[in-house]
Structures are given as structure tokens and as C-alpha cells.
Design a protein around this ligand. Sequence first.
Ligand SMILES: Nc1ncnc2c1ncn2[C@@H]1O[C@H](COP(=O)(O)OP(=O)(O)OP(=O)(O)O)[C@@H](O)[C@H]1O
Ligand SMILES: [Mg+2]
Length: 274
Amino acid sequence: MPRKLGRPKERDVRELRRPVAAPERREEAQGEAQARPSGIRHAHAREAVEKMIRYTLAQHEGLRLLVLGDSRQGKSTFMNFLNSMLTAHVAAVFVHDAKYQVPQYRYDFKVRNLDELTPEHGGVIEVFDRPMTTTPNDIADLVCALGLQKTMTVCEVDEVMSVVGDNSRAFAGGESSRLAFLYKQGGGMGASVVVLAQLPQNVPVTILTLSQFVVIHRLSSKALAYCEKDCDLSDDAMTVAASLEPGQFIIHERGGDPWDRTIYTTPREFIVNR
Ligand SMILES: Nc1ncnc2c1ncn2[C@@H]1O[C@H](COP(=O)(O)OP(=O)(O)OP(=O)(O)O)[C@@H](O)[C@H]1O
Ligand SMILES: [Mg+2]
């Protein structure tokens, strides 16, 4: 047996067990730390979402919220969480979901179209039919009309592509569409609107610029570049948003304080089972 393959001496074993790779690993870790912005905090989402609601609905103003994120990053889970709190403040949340063949939201009632609504309906109401006959504009109309009667409700649209033309940033029906009206004037009526989108490049500018809050789940850097200016995102916010885990998000508050350098996590119990 060549001497080299003989049983190693204990001293050599100790030498081997020493973390020889440690300096390299440290270097790697330092590299990562440099790439990641410093001073980032983690927090549960409840307090931040309550703050959004307090600032808007509790003062009888409408909430205008945009929720962004790549596919499967927790947008619908976030909405279930938001809805669980919204229903304490509003008479109804109307969910328009054009994406899936089965409802993916937790709802109190499900109607196929708005004609089916009765005064007994309330809480989270999923408007769900295949093919969808109700448009987000129909719901926007209803939410504004109810707002004029001092009944606060919310129009929620899962996938803004259902209201925009082919890959354009304009509303179908133009800026005079009823959803655009809800964005521009709804606040004064106590009417609220929440819009979800995978691609910021498809979000009409009215929605990007008039949302009081933008909740951003993980988005590719390329996608983020489309909302960087409109959402006034800092470099650090862009870096963090591109590396979030499912269920994590950051919040951009329009015209508010600078980014709070916090990564929020939606409680797992709100994950949608599909
Ligand atoms: N808070 C969370 N914690 C851990 N995992 C989560 C969380 N939220 C979502 N996920 C994971 O991400 C998956 C997708 O979540 P969800 O359906 O909410 O995403 P989405 O962005 O709405 O997706 P889609 O674009 O397909 O509509 C969940 O099935 C779950 O595995
Ligand atoms: Mg979803």
C-alpha cells in the first residue's frame, strides 16, 4: 500500500478537520452582505396593513392600493389577509378574479354577476363566473354608487390585464373608464380599489401614480425597472424586492416617509389552497 494511503495520523486528521475553507466562505459571505443592503428589518404584516387601513378607510377616505409580484409570490394570500381586516371597516369587498378556473379567494358569498346581489350579502363577495360576464368596470360603478350612498365598499381586481388592452398601459375604455374614475375620484366617496398585477409594465399609469400604497412581492429587476420611476423606488428597495421569498413583500407609500427598509411577511394561515 503506498504510504500516502495509509491510516492518517491524528495530527493530520485534526488538520483536515480544521475549517480550511472558512476564509473562502467568509469571503463569499462578505460578498453577499455587500450585495444586500444593510439595516433591513423583518416584521409581520399585520401592523403595517392596519396602518394602511387606518390612514385611509378609518377616515372615510377610499383606499387605493396596488399589489405587484411575479407569479406564485403570494399576492392572493396577501389579499386574503387584507380582506380579513378590511371587512371590519367596509360593508363589502367585491373580488373580481379573471385568472383561474376555480375561486382562489376566501369569500363569504359567491355571485355569478352583480344582478344576484341582495341586501343580505356582505363581507367578501367573490364575483365569479366562467366565462366572466362582469367586468372590473361594472364593479367600479357599483362601488362608486354605493360610496355616494355612504356605504363603503371595495373593488378588488385580480389581474389588471383584465382591464387593459393588449400589453398597453392604457385602460380598456381609456382614462375615462370607470375603474380610472374610481382611482381618481373614489376617495372622496369613501370608495376603495385594490388592483393586483404581475407585470408593472401592464399597469396603467393612473394606477401606478395614484395608488397611495404599492405592496411589492418579488419581482425581477427587469420588471421593477418599469415601476422604478413611477413608484420612486430607491436602489436598496429595488435590490431587496428582486430577492424576496414567497409571502414576503415591501411597501412603498406614495408621498409618505422614505422606504421603511422592512420586509413584511403575510401569515401563512392565509395561503390559498388550490
Ligand atoms: N405568507 C407565505 N408564506 C409562505 N409561503 C407563501 C406565503 N404566501 C404564499 N406562499 C407560497 O406561494 C404560493 C403562491 O401563493 P399565491 O397563490 O398567494 O401567489 P400569487 O402571487 O397570487 O400567485 P398567482 O400569480 O399564481 O396568482 C403558495 O401556494 C405558497 O406556497
Ligand atoms: Mg393569485
